[in-house]
Write a protein that binds this ligand. Structure first.
Ligand code: 5AD
Ligand code: SF4
Length: 472
């Protein structure tokens, strides 16, 4: 079995030509590997985390049991990420260690899936230098995991099965969720934005929304199972419904979910381009839609934004930012920022610093531009040295950190609502996340349970977390 990825094909976008199909597990291989152990390593974003929840369930239906040390595993699977070189290198580093392990343990089965599997360059490298890898499958055919693994073991031959394009939209994959109170729900797959630096439109295919019936049914089941928080997931959730409905958007979906008996609803990630006034109104209107918006800006320079293909300017971003702040009470806005995009000058960078001073983000993920093969930005001339980029990142981090602390300080003495997630290392201290998704460690003077939503008084603020005590 051999099917290789191709970027030219991955780049194509056409009208919705896929259908919804229901997943069926091949009964003949159910529990076939009972007693065998698997180790799963997940790199990258929440989308990958959630895919891994499906992978766990598929492996467990095959009979595998999870272990947390790869030395004890019969099967090791890497669910990989392509977003930056760093993620890439980590996965290849792990493959190096596994090669070594396989030298001692001949029957070890090693597989790779996720975004890196969608990269032709990676698959070529595996074919050339990592012949010991037993199987590779991509983001579009996760549902084939049972057959692919079974074949890899039975035939004892490398299986490479990657679709360049998205296939049918598969519903009903089994899932084993890592958290009993917080759940991810995919609402849209893929991305059509093609920001010039980004590999995601190639590795995750075109935008495909799940039907509202499927999403709402999943939410109902989660509520029945006692879940308290649901995060709607997508590379760009704000494009939800566009490919499927004439008149049903993220705003409508959020509203339909908010009317249900679920205490907390979140969504991520939002592309500023697709954010409509109606969506902002809905987020502001419902108490159970958490006042927390991840709104990646990437750069504060309109010139660089244009080169990035972001389709907004510094000014129009700020307009949207202000609107969200105005309409959603107490909202915390977080962002992603890239420094050192090819050709970024000191002036461009200062525009980014200026924007951060203006937005005073509650949280920000900052990155140095990483050239991804196959993307347009990879071909741009880049004269800024790595040293300069590292310095810019440091300068940027200083400013963003200043505002994390400043925003957190504003919460001192106030009472925040917290979903309790666990006991912290220190005795009798619990931790959880606020409405605005801030980590808080707090003391308690009575019994509480994980999964409760409690009121906590903030006693002191740090840059990346809060301290507090339970009230009432
Ligand atoms: N280099 C650096 N950062 C990137 N991101 C996406 N592609 C790249 C790249 N090539 C960042 C963006 C995005 C986040 C998930 O990762 O900021 O929002
Ligand atoms: Fe990484 Fe993007 Fe793939 Fe997520 S979608 S795993 S961030 S490359």
């Amino acid at each position: 079995m051999m099917r290789l990825p191709d970027y030219k094909e991955a780049r194509t976008r056409d009208k919705r030509d896929y259908k919804r199909v229901e997943f069926i597990f091949d009964d003949s291989i159910k529990q076939k590997y009972m007693g065998k152990k698997f180790f799963l390593k997940t790199y990258g974003c929440q989308m990958n985390e959630h895919d891994s929840e499906n992978i766990r369930a598929l492996l467990s239906e095959l009979g595998f049991e999870e272990v947390d040390d790869y030395n004890n595993a019969d099967l090791v699977l890497l669910n990989t990420c392509s977003i930056r070189e760093n993620a890439h290198n980590k996965a290849f580093g792990m493959l190096g260690r596994l090669k070594h392990l396989k030298g001692e343990k001949k029957n070890l089965i090693v597989g790779l899936c996720g975004c890196m599997a969608q990269e032709a360059g990676v698959v070529d490298e595996i074919l050339r230098d990592y012949k010991f890898v037993n199987f590779v499958f991509g983001t579009h055919n996760l549902y084939q995991l049972p057959e692919i693994i079974d074949k890899a073991i039975e035939e004892n031959r490398q299986q490479i099965e990657v679709f360049s394009r998205e296939g049918d939209l598969v519903e009903g994959l089994p899932v084993i969720r890592t958290n009993n109170y917080k759940a991810y729900v995919n609402i849209i797959y893929g991305c059509n934005k093609f920001c010039t630096y980004c590999i995601v439109p190639y590795t995750r295919g075109s935008e495909r929304s799940r039907s509202r019936e499927d999403v709402l049914r999943e939410v109902d089941e989660l509520i029945k199972d006692g879940y308290k928080e649901i995060t709607l997931l997508g590379q760009n959730v704000n494009a939800y419904g566009k490919d499927l409905y004439d008149n049903y958007t993220l705003g409508n979906l959020l509203e339909d979910i908010a009317k249900k008996d679920i205490p907390r609803v979140r969504f991520m990630t939002s592309h500023p381009w697709d954010f409509t006034d109606e969506m902002i109104e809905v987020i502001g209107k419902y108490k159970n839609i958490m006042p927390s918006v991840h709104l990646p800006v990437q750069s504060g320079s309109s010139r660089i934004l244009k080169l990035m293909g972001r389709r907004y300017t510094k000014e129009s971003y700020l307009e949207l930012f202000d609107k969200i702040k105005k309409v959603v009470p107490g909202v915390a806005i977080s962002t992603d920022i890239i420094v050192g995009f090819p050709g970024e000058t000191e002036e461009d960078f200062l525009e980014t610093l200026d924007l951060v001073e203006r937005c005073k983000y509650d949280n920000a993920f900052t990155f140095i531009f990483s050239a991804r093969e196959g993307t347009p930005a990879c071909k741009l001339k880049d004269e800024v040295s790595l040293k300069e980029k590292e310095e810019r990142l440091q300068r940027l981090n200083q400013v963003v950190n200043k505002y994390f602390l400043e925003n957190n300080k504003k919460l001192e003495e106030s009472i925040v609502s917290v979903l309790v997630e666990g006991l912290s290392e220190k005795d009798n201290m619990y931790f959880g996340y606020t409405d605005t998704n801030k980590l808080i460690n707090f003391s308690v003077d009575k019994k509480i349970n994980i999964g409760d939503i409690v009121n906590v008084k903030v006693t002191s603020a740090k840059t990346w977390s809060l301290d507090g005590e339970l009230v009432g």
